[in-house]
Design a protein around this ligand. Structure first.
Ligand SMILES: [Zn+2]
Length: 129
């Protein structure tokens, strides 16, 4: 069984989730998916101008993981702009701050429902807190 991803903390859900070049109907476009955690990494590094170790701490991940996320995110954004592809922001192994993500069944629940309780869905004790 593959080791589950450690969820990456994000501070808020993105407000804008779809971008496309003008003048080309959506059915004719190739779509690139930028994950919510990739967008958070870009936001922290490129807009909030945090150092990589600070970004990693905020997302509760290793700096090497953050580095990989940034490389992937930059490539997707560049490809979308340069090659005229639609960009959908969706999914990824993230957990919203204030939420716990069960690392076994991937269901989310609000933080405060006792983080140390077993997951109500799969009874796993494994979560991101
Ligand atoms: Zn579960």
């Amino acid at each position: 069984m593959p080791r589950p991803h450690k969820p990456r903390l994000v501070s808020a859900m993105p407000r804008f989730t779809y971008f496309k070049p003008t003048g080309i109907p959506i059915p004719l476009l190739t779509e690139i998916v930028l994950t919510v955690d990739e967008l958070e990494a870009i936001r922290l590094k490129d807009l909030e101008k945090l150092e990589q170790n600070e970004c990693a701490a905020r997302m509760n991940i290793a700096q090497s993981t953050l580095q990989r996320i940034l490389v992937s995110a930059h490539e997707k954004i560049a490809r979308s702009i340069v090659e005229g592809k639609a960009l959908r922001i969706h999914g990824g192994p993230y957990a919203l701050e204030g939420e716990v993500l069960c690392t076994r069944c991937r269901r989310r629940r609000r933080f405060g429902q006792a983080a140390l309780e077993n997951c109500p869905d799969c009874q796993s004790l494994r979560s991101n807190r």
